[in-house]
Design a protein around this ligand. Sequence first.
Ligand code: ZN
Length: 479
Amino acid sequence: MVGQSTSIQSFFSTRTSPTKDIPPKSSPVPGDGFTAEELDNALLPVRQDNWTPRGVYDEYEIDALMFGLNRVKIVGRLVNMFESSHTTKLPKGLGGSVHLVVKDDTGAVTIRLSYTLPPTELRLGRLVAVWATYVANGDRGSFPCAVAPLYIKVFPEKDKSCRIRVLEGAEFANLCRKPLNYQPTLMSLKAFAHGGSEVIDAKILVIVKSVSARKRVTKKDGAEAYVTRVVLMDDTDEATLSLWDTTSTTPNDWQPSHTALLISSPSLNVSHKNWLALASDTFVDVDPCIPEAERLRGFAGRKVKREHINPTFPYEEYALWSIIKPNERVLYSLADVDDRARETPGETFEGYLSMIIMDLNMTTLRQQNMLMCNECCGIPIYANAKVAKCKHCDSQVSLRVNPRLIGKLVDESGCITSGKLVLSDHAWTRLLGRSAQELIESSASTLKSVEHRMLHIRITLRFWWSEEVGKLVISEVLE
Ligand SMILES: [Zn+2]
C-alpha cells in the first residue's frame, strides 16, 4: 500500500495485520509446496553425464547424412517427438522408446531413442547433439516419420558408443533456428481453421498466449496420459494446442506472449473448433529466426496488455509525466476526454472528472472469491487474498484489487463500464476507505453497508490519459 491520506482514513480504524502478505487461512493453498518440476526431479534419479566420445565421430550437416554412414555426430533442434507405437513389444529391460525429429538449418532426421528411464530433459525447441554409430534408411516397412526418412537408433543406457545430449548456454541460443524451405507466405490461423488444414505442408506462425497446468487424464481407450494445453494466437484468431505425454513438459520452456512457434502440418481436431495436435509429420520451430515472428510478437504483446484483466498502474510512466506536466487543473466531462483523445491521438493529458457511482460489485466478488486478481502465464488468477499460486508455474503471484469492483460510473455526458479503469493502490484505498488487506478481511455485511454508503454518491477523480496505456488511469480520488 502506498501512503494513506488522512482525510478518509481518519474515519476508519487502521488495522495492520502481522500476516499481511500471507493468504488468510480461509483460502488454503492445495499441494505439498513442491513444484511439478521439483517433484519430477526428485522422483527421477539424477543421471551423471560424464560421457566422452571414444574414437572419432565426423560431424555432419543433416542434409549431408547418407544411409550407411558410420560414427556420426549431428547437432539440431527437436521439432517433433512422439512415442513409438504402444503395440510394438518392447525387449526385456527396455522402458520405452521415443521418436525424435531433429532439424538443423539444412534438413531433418529421425532419431529413435530407446531408454530404460524416460528422458525428461528432451523438449521441443531444445538443441541437442547426437553421437551415433550408424545411419539407417527408414524407407522400408512402416516407418512413422515420412518427412525425415533417414533415421538413427540410439540406446545410450545400453550402448556406450552413442549419446544424445541437450546443449544449453548462450553460445547455442541462435543455432539452428532457420526454418526449412521457408516461404514468407504463411497461412493465418483463421485460414488454417477454415479449410487451410487440408493444404499439404500448411504452415502457421503463432505466439503462445497462455499455458495450462499439466494434467493427468484418462483417454477414451482407458489409457492414462499427461496433457498440457497451450493457447496460441496470431492476428486473426486463437487456437488450442494439446501436447501429450513426452511433449507435455515442453511448455515449461515457453513464455506467454513471447514464444513464437512456426508449426508445419499440425493436425486439426474436427470435433472441436481450433484444436490442434502434433501429427508424426508436424514440425514445430520454436522461436524461428524470421522477421515475421518479431512483428507478431509485438502485436501479441500489445493485445495481451490491452486484454489484461488487471493492468498494473503505470507508476514509472506517470512519474515521468509528472515532471513535465503543465500546471493546470481542468474539469472534464467524459465526452470531453473522449473528444480530446480522438482529436489528438498520441497526446497525454491529465484532468478531473466528477462521476456518480451507479453500481458496485464488492459483495458479489467477495462471494465468488474474486476480490483480488492478476494474471500469470497468461492465465487469470482470482482470490480473496493478496497472494495466490499460479496453477501452471507454481509461483506465488501478488494480486491487486479487481477493477470490476466498480460496476459503472456516470456523469452528465456518458458512462464508464466495469473494468475499464486502472487505479493506483492509493486511489483504491481512498475510494474504498480501506486498504486491500482490510477489504479482504471485511465481512460480507460490512461490504454490503460500504456498498450502500458509496452508491449514488458523487466523487471527483484525477485521471490521466496516455495512448500507450490505452485505459483511463485514476491517480487520485478526491471528495
Ligand atoms: Zn505462472
